[in-house]
Design a protein around this ligand. Structure first.
Ligand code: ATP
Length: 275
């Protein structure tokens, strides 16, 4: 039986590491990244309708396209026989923020419409963006190639994080353009860690190769990293400007989030689990 209406959480994607290992002749960058997901995200709600429509609202809807530039509508168009649906996207994640909001929305839409229309997922999800395949699961995975090579890693230990976005949108292409060295060493083997501190120590020995070029374009990222300094590890996610601070407990994460919120009431801040 076909579903009456489907609601999916489009969880924020965090690049715990992001190594840029090369660039293909077609311009696409080769990545080696450990990706995890937060418990916070956008919400995609889809219900049957004659025509396809999209409504976008929520606390962070400002600046998000509502026409065919929106990845939600591009995801719907990828199905072999797209039909009607009334889609409601509630934005809780900042956009152009390195949290994969658009990709997570696209993945959530594919899953919601697949269920609503009783259709298999379309084949070429990479057409929608490098992060869309990894957002389909969504569970911690190692992502390589141009986003299509996904591999299982040992389970993450219990992990919390404070996510911070300073409200400066940063598009991905200029950040890659500002990266001078495109061929960098890959990520190390992900170890089987029993606690957050051990995991953060391994993580600290890895990198986000986009962090320095992103700081050059948006120096406020340095302030965000400084504010996250009391955590086990502070690093930028994706192409920025959002950063995360790893924590060993919910209490530690809440405490740090409250401290940063008091000092920077205009920043977007979330304390969350990562898995
Ligand atoms: P990544 O971490 O994959 O680099 P990001 O978090 O930096 O992604 P997104 O929030 O996915 O970036 O937004 C990137 C661009 O996509 C923006 O220019 C935005 O206008 C556009 N966009 C299209 N659809 C959406 C959507 N549903 N939500 C947010 N942005 C969207």
């Amino acid at each position: 039986m076909k579903a009456k209406a489907v609601t999916r959480l489009a969880r924020a994607k965090i690049n715990l590491t992001l190594h840029v290992t090369g660039q293909r002749e077609d311009g696409y960058h080769l990545l080696d990244s450990l990706v995890a997901f937060a418990a916070v995200g956008d919400v995609v709600h889809a219900k049957p309708a004659t025509d396809l429509s999209l409504r976008v609202d929520g606390p962070l809807a400002k600046g998000v396209p509502t026409d065919e530039r929106n990845l939600v509508l591009q995801a719907a168009a990828l199905f072999d026989c797209p039909r009607g649906a009334e889609i409601h996207l509630t934005k809780h994640l900042p956009n152009a923020a390195g949290l994969g909001g658009g990709s997570a929305d696209a993945a959530a839409t594919l899953l919601a419409l697949g269920e609503l229309w009783d259709e298999p997922l379309p084949d070429d999800l990479l057409k929608l963006g490098a992060d869309v395949p990894v957002c389909i699961a969504p569970l911690a995975l190692r992502m390589r190639g141009v986003g299509e090579e996904l591999s299982i890693i040992p389970p993450l230990p219990d992990l919390w994080a404070v996510l911070v976005n300073p409200g400066v949108p940063l598009e991905t292409p200029p950040v890659f353009k500002a990266l001078q060295q495109k061929e960098n060493p890959p990520m190390g083997q992900v170890p089987d860690c029993t606690n957050a501190a051990e995991f953060a120590e391994w993580c600290a020995a890895q990198r986000n190769d986009l962090q320095a070029p992103a700081i050059a374009l948006a120096p406020v990222i340095k302030d965000v990293l400084e504010a996250l300094e009391p955590s086990l590890l502070a690093r930028m996610s994706g192409s920025g400007a959002s950063c995360f601070g790893l924590c060993a407990s919910a209490q530690d994460a809440e405490k740090l989030a409250a401290k940063i919120r008091a000092a920077h009431p205009q920043w977007w801040i979330a304390a969350t689990t990562l898995s």
